[in-house]
Structures are given as structure tokens and as C-alpha cells.
Write a protein that binds this ligand. Sequence first.
Ligand code: BYC
Length: 339
Amino acid sequence: MTSVLLGEGAQAAGEPAEPLAAFDRAIAADERIEPRDWMPDDYRSTLVRQMAQHAHSEIIGMQPEANWITRAPSLRRKAILMAKVQDEAGHGLYLYSAAETLGTSRDELLDKLHSGRQKYSSIFNYPTLTWADVGAIGWLVDGAAITNQVPLCRCSYGPYARAMIRICKEESFHQRQGFELLLALSRGTEAQHAMAQDAVDRWWWPSLMMFGPPDDESAHSARSMEWKIKRHSNDELRQRFVDICVPQAEALGLTLPDPELSWNESRGHWDFGPIDWEEFRQVLKGNGPCNEERLRRRREAHENGAWVRDAAAAYAAKNAAPGRGRVREQDLTETAVSA
Ligand code: BYC
């Protein structure tokens, strides 16, 4: 957007007509809104809500997969899984940084996560019971994430859109490793095939819930689509994901656990059975199988990491202290003289 830079006072006073018109024109013209541009308060708070929830999902999402790092069946699989879990931490950091450009701090967002005032994705409240779950998460959960997130690369808010470009590239690797892992199991022994099928049976429906409630119950979709934060509705993306997965399941030699899946010639899409929205609501309320454990471990990790944050802050303060640069120059001179 051609910058509409106003003083803080103008923004605090409400939404003056002229900058609002400039904002609307920028959205209509598909221009990016940047941190220093004027934006409506609701636009800002919607972004903070979505980006924070997204960032929280990335770091909570490390837990179910990390559960299998010590038990990966080979060094190769262990190295891949470690890299993937590390990538998720990185995604969380890009997103917290992007959210900070909206005037909120990472500490504030983490505090809201830890106190249950902000959500993270429902999907991470399910347990990883077998090694095949690592494959099912990669194929289905990362697959759903990519389907949802590729359109976010065109989100109207610049820092979020740019963070998503890098995240999506990494997510593509994650999805492929999951597919490859499941393929190896599916083509393995009878027991391995059964393990892969069981994982897909358990992760399929929760993956469909990742896209959020049906459109007619989605509180934020209409507004977010007007603002071009979201480019497609929850149901549109869910349908796209189902259409992608059906032929992939066939290639894997696995069955999707939905007897109502059938090709609808007139719609040009796969029809699928009803989703258990009561289960989704319960998970969001905190009653999923792992909600309590995920939050408890997150809080513990945060408390255990306090000394690292303190040390990093002390180091930064020491380096920023006045005269610090001069001392260094002097040190260098002395070293040079004595050498
Ligand atoms: N889980 O009006 P709606 C990943 C909430 S990370 C929990 O449709 P919106 C990955 C929603 O927040 C996956 N809550 O909302 C990481 C709202 O509640 P509030 C995360 C959900 O925002 C590591 C209410 O329901 N991806 O993939 O327009 C390893 C009404 O919903 C969920 C993102 O965050 C849910 N599934 O649309 C592997 C992507 N769905 O806030 C993989 C970015 C809805 O009013 N986010 N709710 O209390 C989005 O695209 C959108 O926020 C959503 C929801 C499509 C998720």
C-alpha cells in the first residue's frame, strides 16, 4: 500500500474517513497492508487473533511428533523427524515476529496461550499412539495445513503473507515425508500395513476439522474474506483437501474411513460423510484427549526455559551498554600492541 502514515493520535481517535478510504482502496486493489500503514482496529485484532493462534499451533504441534523422536525406527527417520520438529519451532518464531509488527509482544501472546485465553489448533489435542501416526500427521495434518496456508501467502497483511511463503515451502517437505513414511509402512508387512491404516482411521476426521467450523457457523470468515486475510471459506478449503486426498489414499493403498465418500459428477467433487462437530466443540472447550497435557507441558517448557531468556536478555543488555563499543576497540588496540 502507498503508505498512509498517520500519527498515533489519529489512530487512537477512531477510524477517520480518509485513511479508512485509503485502506479500503488498497484492499480492493489487492495491495499489501504494511505495519506502518493505517488499519482499522478490527483488522488489526483479527490478524493478531489468527496469527497468534497459528503461531501457538506450530509450537504446540511440536509435542505429538517429538513424542516419537527417541523411538524412530532408524537413524535416517530420527534425523528427518528432528529436522521437522525444529522447523515447526521456526514457523512459530516467524509468526510471533510477524504478529509483533502489529504492536503486540511475544510475551503477551505466550501469556495468553498459557492462561487459555488464546486457542491453538484442535488437531494437536489428539495422541500419537504409534510410529505410523508420524506419517499420518505428515500426510494429513501437514497436507491440510498446506491447503489452508497456501492462500495465506496472498493475505492482505504483508508480514503474514511473507512468513507464509517460507512456511509453505517447508510444509511441502513435511507432507512428502509423511506420505513416504506411510507408503513404506503400507507396502511393508501385514502388521505395518495395519498400523498405517489404523493411524489414517484416527487422523482423518480430526484433519477435516482443522479447517474450522462449517461456513454458516464461522464467526469470522465473512469479514476476514472481505479484508482478504482469508481468500477461501472453511468449507471450500475442506472440500479441496478431500479432493486431493482421495487419489493419494489410493496411491498409498490405504482406505479413508468414510463409507459415504463418493464422486459427485455434477459437482465435480468428492462427497463426504458428516463431520462430528460436537467432538470439535468439545476439543475446543478443552475436553479433547490431550488438551490438559499439551498445555501443562508447554507451561513447563516455558518455565524451564526462563534461565535461557534471562541469559539472552542479560547478554543483549551488556552489549548495548554505553561505551561497550569503545572498550572493545581499546581491547583490540591493546591486543595488537602486545602482539
Ligand atoms: N482449532 O470463525 P472461524 C499446522 C476457532 S498449524 C481450534 O471459522 P477463522 C501445523 C476460531 O479461532 C495449524 N480453533 O475462525 C503445525 C474461532 O474462535 P475465536 C493451524 C479453531 O479464524 C505444526 C472459532 O473457532 N493453522 O498446521 O476465520 C505441525 C470460529 O472459527 C479451529 C492455522 O492457524 C481449529 N481447527 O478460521 C504440523 C492457519 N477452527 O478465535 C502442522 C491460520 C476454528 O473466535 N488460521 N477455530 O475464539 C486460519 O486459517 C483460520 O484461523 C482458521 C479458522 C481456518 C483455522
